[in-house]
Design a protein around this ligand. Structure first.
Ligand SMILES: *[C@@H]1O[C@H](CO)[C@@H](O)[C@H](O)[C@H]1NC(C)=O
Ligand SMILES: *[C@@H]1O[C@H](CO)[C@@H](O)[C@H](O)[C@H]1NC(C)=O
Ligand SMILES: *[C@@H]1O[C@H](CO)[C@@H](O)[C@H](O)[C@H]1NC(C)=O
Ligand SMILES: *[C@@H]1O[C@H](CO)[C@@H](O)[C@H](O)[C@H]1NC(C)=O
Length: 436
């Protein structure tokens, strides 16, 4: 070996020393994660993700965009909000914090119950996470409220993608651009033409963090689901006399199933099936149960959380007929309906959304926007964490129960194709989903 070996040895020593130093530094600087060794909770992820997205220069600080109240269901509101953000980004303006709608009665304007964005999502957190990409502002940031230019959005067939884009371009330069505030007017902002790729939407959704009060309600629901799992687990373990410590730290995974079986959906989806000449949209309760029970590698007993619309809560039939080993729960049976009842529609929906987002396994319908957005966010989460989405031990798999996977009667594995150039490709329902 001789002298050369000595150099290698001292180099190795230096390297080991450096590594140890780095590990110590890391241990000091990175807060311990409560999920370590167990199931990594969604909430930890918020702190792990990239805090310094560099998307070129930041947003101009003295120009603003104002949009009308954002309406309809939670999914539509999330999408419309993201569109408003991306429109502001396109015009290099700060988006004045919009009002969302707490109720679903969108047909009567006076029942829309405006609710400020920051009563649902964290305002500062949003700007921190989306820093340099999009920015929300307050009306108090304005210097002169009279310098407002109204920008009338068109509607109908004649209002094409090109016309909409031309309008945005035109209003981003010259005299138009000098106005401190551009106010978008027109009805149905949800129907605006869409110029932004799926990954931009994913980026905006990533910055939406529920305010503490609502986040804690979601925590309570998730804890209840996990507690039910633990009880089941300790029962079955004591029966098998296999009660040892290592397993009591592993919470039982839970499956969240977004069951779209309500009557209004059934009417809508039957029409859609006829129009698209397919039978892969409407799934009956029986089919959903079968597909879920055939998820490959899913161990039983397993707690199944059923996210169903309120109307169905009175009818416990969704809880019946599950195969042995599957423990179905909805809000009532879980004893958490009181948590939901305190809140208006939008918040209830946001809690359910969060519970599905955090589930170890999510199963939804690829024609439902609610399911689609959940899978989009779960996919984004895996990308951000560098998880191989099609690996064998994938951590947060999602499935579409309306599509059969190969020969088995299981549901299709489902990840969002982030390369799509418009959200439209995924948001109006599709059975062209990426699988593994
Ligand atoms: C606000 O803008 C209007 C119109 O441009 C102008 O006439 C007015 O003097 C401005 N007021 C202030 C306080 O700058
Ligand atoms: C603990 O459980 C594991 C997995 O079930 C088993 O392999 C192991 O033998 C158990 N240990 C004891 C001490 O019972
Ligand atoms: C529950 O729904 C099932 C099927 O949708 C129906 O047959 C049953 O009568 C309903 N039960 C109640 C109590 O409404
Ligand atoms: C993802 O979307 C892009 C753009 O629409 C398309 O070219 C590609 O084939 C899709 N990938 C898969 C695996 O479907």
């Amino acid at each position: 070996m001789g002298g050369g070996g000595g150099t290698v040895k001292s180099l190795t020593c230096k390297f080991v020393f450096l590594l140890v130093t780095l590990l110590i530094l890391r241990a000091l600087l990175v807060p311990p994660s409560p999920g370590f060794g167990g199931v990594v909770e969604w909430s930890n992820f918020v702190y792990i993700r990239n805090h310094s997205p560099s998307f070129g220069i930041g947003v101009r600080q003295d120009k603003f965009l104002e949009v009308p109240q954002i309406v309809w269901g939670l999914n539509n509101q999330k999408i419309a909000f993201a569109r408003a953000c991306l429109t502001a980004r396109r015009m290099n303006r700060i988006l004045l914090m919009p009002s969302l709608s707490a109720s679903l009665f969108y047909k009567e304007i006076n029942l829309l119950q405006p609710i400020s964005f920051d009563k649902v999502f964290q305002f500062d957190k949003f700007n921190q996470l989306c820093s340099g990409f999009v920015q929300l502002g307050q009306y108090s940031d304005l210097s002169n409220q009279t310098r407002v230019l109204e920008m009338q959005k068109g509607s109908g067939r004649k209002w094409t993608l090109e016309r909409d884009l031309d309008q945005l371009r035109e209003h981003s330069k010259g005299e138009f651009d000098e106005h401190e505030v551009i106010r978008i007017v027109g009805k149905n902002p949800f129907l605006w033409h869409d110029h932004w790729p799926v990954k931009d939407y994913a980026k905006v959704f990533e910055c939406l963090v529920l305010i503490d009060e609502i986040g804690q309600e979601a925590d309570r629901v998730v804890s209840r689901i996990r507690a039910v799992g633990r009880e089941t687990q300790s029962n079955s373990e004591s029966m098998e006399l296999d009660n040892n410590d290592s397993s009591s730290f592993q919470p039982l995974p839970y499956v969240a199933v977004h069951m779209r079986v309500e009557i209004d959906w059934m009417i809508h989806c039957k029409k859609l099936e006829q129009r698209l000449n397919t039978n892969q949209i409407c799934s009956s309760k029986k089919e959903i149960m079968e597909r879920v029970s055939n998820i490959k590698g899913l161990k039983t007993p397993s707690v199944v959380y059923l996210a169903v619309a309120d109307k169905l809560l009175q009818n416990s039939s969704v809880l019946e007929g599950w195969e042995e080993g599957f423990l179905p729960y909805e809000k009532n049976k879980l004893g958490v309906d009181g948590i939901y009842k305190k809140y208006p529609y939008l918040i209830q929906s946001a809690i359910d959304y969060e519970v599905c987002l955090r589930a170890d396994i999510f199963v939804g319908n690829s024609f439902s926007t609610f399911s689609t957005l959940i899978v989009l966010e779960r996919t984004q989460k895996m990308i951000t964490m560098g998880i191989n989405m099609c690996g064998k031990d994938v951590r947060w798999p999602s499935y579409a129960y309306n599509i059969q996977q190969g020969e088995s009667n299981g549901p299709m594995r489902w990840v969002t194709n982030m390369s799509h150039s418009t959200l439209q490709e995924i948001s109006y329902g599709t059975n062209h989903i990426i699988s593994c």
